[in-house]
Design a protein around this ligand. Structure first.
Ligand SMILES: [Zn+2]
Ligand SMILES: [Zn+2]
Length: 325
């Protein structure tokens, strides 16, 4: 299909879209023939861009017959939107396309999606740190990677993360301490590096739902789940790994013996890798043949639970989870 066969109105529409949405819109062309339109859609919040809590990327693929046949529309990278809202938007898009065969529709689609996002401009789901939802009155923050946390929860996460980092650095020999990178805040969801003022975050009130939350009680149901999980963990440990990928392959993570963990302290030889405090706990990734990683062999000592492999600081408060009381 040549550029000349494209409906003249399509060129006009794309030109108008570029004028309206540049630089947020990408129009892809092949040999001069427009193929697709891609745009990050954000809710309308006036000039308050820090109050845009949801977003998605809309991709519109133009058919050779467009506008006499509907373009194909795909939503990607949704943030702050749950499946229910996404399927609502999806069906609105489908209705709109059906009603408008023969008409230029890309601008209207973008504006319709923007309107949907404006209507539901509150993050859905839970704060992954406290597991409470976001409700009216909550003070929460959006990271540049579009993840959401109660401000106070995020401050606690950074404070704990920095403390843990410093404790791990303290365990290293001096030459490794010197080379260690300084602590860097990362997003608890996607690990993008972020930069927040912890003292400011700390001033926020606790999550609204946490104030009236029922105190935690160990119910029979939770107890039964703990037993199931402990049995699963024992099974995995017996196989020499924490996360198995089927019974035929070696586990991607293996647990080293306590003696291995002491090694970084006493050894000053060059066999250690660069300091990696976040992986120096008792669980190490396999996949490299570092000498300090214990082989996953059936001869390892049997599991004597409760498992404490992830309890990196041996905090008594976390000890009970998944193990016996
Ligand atoms: Zn929270
Ligand atoms: Zn993130």
């Amino acid at each position: 299909m040549s550029a000349a066969a494209v409906d003249e109105r399509v060129y006009e529409e794309l030109q108008a879209l570029e004028a309206i949405f540049a630089p947020d819109i990408v129009i892809k062309r092949e040999d001069g023939v427009p193929k697709s339109v891609e745009i990050n859609v954000l809710p309308s919040t006036g000039d308050k861009s820090d109050e845009q809590y949801v977003r998605l990327t809309l991709e519109v693929y133009l058919t050779p017959e467009y506008p006499d046949s509907s373009p194909k529309v795909i939503m990607r990278n949704p943030r702050g939107l749950d499946d229910r809202i996404l399927s609502c938007i999806q069906s609105d898009i489908e209705d709109k396309l059906l009603e408008n065969i023969g008409h230029l529709i890309v601008y209207e689609l973008i504006e319709m999606v923007r309107e949907c996002l404006t209507q539901c401009n509150l993050p859905r789901g839970q704060c992954v740190i406290c597991l409470h939802g976001f409700v009216k009155g909550d003070v929460f923050i959006k990271t540049p990677c579009f993840h959401y946390f109660h401000s106070q929860c995020l401050s606690k996460h950074f404070i704990a993360g920095k403390k843990y980092y410093e404790e791990e650095i303290d365990k290293l020999p001096t030459w490794q301490k010197i080379e260690a990178k300084p602590y860097q805040q990362t997003c608890p969801v996607c690990r993008s590096t972020v930069q927040f003022n912890v003292d400011e975050l700390k001033k926020a009130p606790p999550p609204v739902e946490s104030i009236d939350a029922q105190p935690f009680h160990l119910t029979d149901e939770i107890r039964a789940m703990q037993e199931r999980m402990a049995a699963l963990m024992a099974h995995q440990l017996a196989r020499g790994g924490v996360i198995g990928v089927g019974d035929t392959e070696p586990p991607p993570l293996i647990i080293t013996d306590p003696a291995d963990q002491e090694e970084p302290k006493s050894s000053t030889s060059g066999t250690q890798n660069a300091p990696k405090p976040e992986t120096s706990s008792s669980v190490r990734a396999t996949g490299n043949s570092n000498a300090s990683v214990a082989p996953a062999s059936p001869t390892r000592p049997p599991y004597r639970g409760p498992y404490r492999g992830f309890n990196r600081r041996g905090k008594p408060g976390r000890r009970g989870r998944g193990g016996s009381r």
